[in-house]
Design a protein around this ligand. Structure first.
Ligand code: GLV
Length: 321
């Protein structure tokens, strides 16, 4: 009998995933479920053949260069790979896989939730009820923005961007998008393409960020983009905090140059800028995009599929490096 491959799992995953992993691998699990520091991660990788990491583990060039010879594959429990230095992995010949498709629907649902919550001021209303400050119904109180007939833009029309578009269409909005190139697909033909992100912000009342975090998209939502969206505008982000210049967004929200924002992701999360906690017109979620039980199991199974394919001598389906 061949010896099972050694696999590090850096966070506790849903039970069916752990059970399957334990069947096929000699497992090391971070039982505390606290994100490893870079030093702890480096130490935990010693002697491993593969690692199933999550977005809380930063796998930068230094970590990858110092990873043990035995380590051949990093399977990330995420679709985003911005926490992994992909070029460094390629240089080192380290295979990297992610978990696309299985979290598309869950993340699109959160985008719709944030869009409605921000546009209809759900956070402010909920806080008022909860804190006992609701005194009377008012014809002019808590007026938000309806979606019917509005121009809604999606920045990044990959799998998640398209799923958001499909869900918002029945709300009676006009859909727009910006991505590096126009997307050629029948279901996209009703969406208006904008060759620059600034054009998208200028044309829209609501913009939803669904593009991947890369060096090119860092701070793509800057002061100029926010001002182009305008004082009635709503911004939603389900991608990564790095796409947004948070200083510019915070000043626009507090100065009344943007109506509202709905954010699932932040720079430096979970240690977010303290100012977010006191801004009235932002709806905040703690990175819940993929947080359904069905999705989190499917993500784990997908990561294990990739690991199994690799260790069986095949090409993992979701290889990104
Ligand atoms: C979640 O943010 C992911 O990238 O999977």
């Amino acid at each position: 009998m061949t010896k099972p491959n050694r696999l590090l799992i850096t966070r506790i995953l849903p039970e069916p995933v752990m059970t399957r992993a334990a069947r096929n691998y000699e497992l090391t699990v971070n039982d505390d479920d606290l994100p490893y520091s870079p030093e702890e991660l480096a130490a935990a990788l010693i002697g491993q053949d593969g690692a199933l990491v999550s977005l809380t583990e930063k796998c930068d060039a230094q970590l990858i260069a110092g990873a043990p010879e035995t380590l051949r594959i990093l399977a990330t429990y995420s679709v985003g790979v911005d926490h992994i230095d992909i070029d460094a992995a390629r240089r080192r010949g380290l295979i990297v896989t992610n978990t696309p498709d299985v979290l598309t629907d869950a993340t699109a649902e959160i985008a719709v939730l944030l869009t409605l919550a921000a546009a209809r001021r759900a956070g402010e209303g909920e806080r008022m009820v909860r804190e006992g400050r609701w005194q009377r119904w008012s014809p002019t109180g808590f007026l938000g923005t309806g979606l019917v007939g509005k121009q809604v833009g999606i920045l990044g029309l990959g799998r998640i961007g398209r799923a958001i578009a499909a869900r918002l269409k029945p709300f009676g909005v006009d859909l727009h998008y910006h991505s590096r190139n126009p997307v050629d697909a029948p279901e996209i033909s009703a969406l208006t393409y904008h060759p620059s992100s600034l054009d998208l912000f200028s044309a829209c009342d609501v913009v939803i960020i669904a593009a991947a975090a890369t060096a090119q998209t860092r701070h793509i939502v800057n002061a100029a983009a926010i001002d182009a969206l305008g004082p009635q505008g709503v911004l939603v982000n389900v991608s990564r905090g790095d796409l947004v210049d948070e200083d510019a967004l915070i000043s626009a929200l507090t100065d009344g140059r943007l109506a509202a924002a709905g954010l699932d992701v932040f720079q430096g999360e979970p240690n977010i800028d303290e100012r977010w906690r006191t801004i009235r017109n932002v709806f905040l979620l703690p990175h819940l995009g993929s947080a359904t039980i069905e999705t989190r199991i499917a993500m784990g199974m997908r990561a294990l599929d990739n690991l199994d394919q690799f260790f069986a001598g095949g090409e993992p389906a979701d290889r990104v490096a």
